[in-house]
Write a protein that binds this ligand. Structure first.
Ligand SMILES: [Mg+2]
Length: 114
């Protein structure tokens, strides 16, 4: 078994004592990866498994990129904290991951004609 720790959906380190819903994080993984995996879990908890077609996924992803851009602009010109930009970028990465997972499931193929 590799070294690591259990991480809650809220990002709490549970060490080696897992609780329901925790995900395993290898020690070699970065905090960013951990944050993205937590965000993915939260998205599934909130929305359930999503099987949009690639057109919809791309629109959702670009919407998230727009939120990251807005956070950056508000940091630059309104003095908001830059951490909001990081939080939004975690959401961007999590949505991109969800889009890839959905693509790989292939359940969207009946919804569109290419
Ligand atoms: Mg967002």
């Amino acid at each position: 078994m590799s070294k690591g720790y259990w991480l809650s959906q809220k990002g709490e380190d549970h060490g080696l004592n897992s609780q329901p819903g925790d995900i395993w994080i290898d020690d070699g993984e970065s905090m960013a990866i951990s944050n993205v995996l937590c965000e993915r879990r939260q998205q599934d908890g909130k929305w359930g498994e999503q099987n949009h077609d690639p057109y919809v996924w791309l629109s959702i992803l670009v919407e998230e990129v727009g939120e990251a851009s807005k956070a950056m602009l508000e940091s630059r010109f309104s003095g908001n904290e830059m951490i909001r930009y990081r939080d939004e970028m975690v959401q961007v990465a999590a949505v991109a991951l969800a889009a890839i997972e959905s693509f790989d499931r292939g359940t969207w193929e009946d919804k569109i004609r290419l």
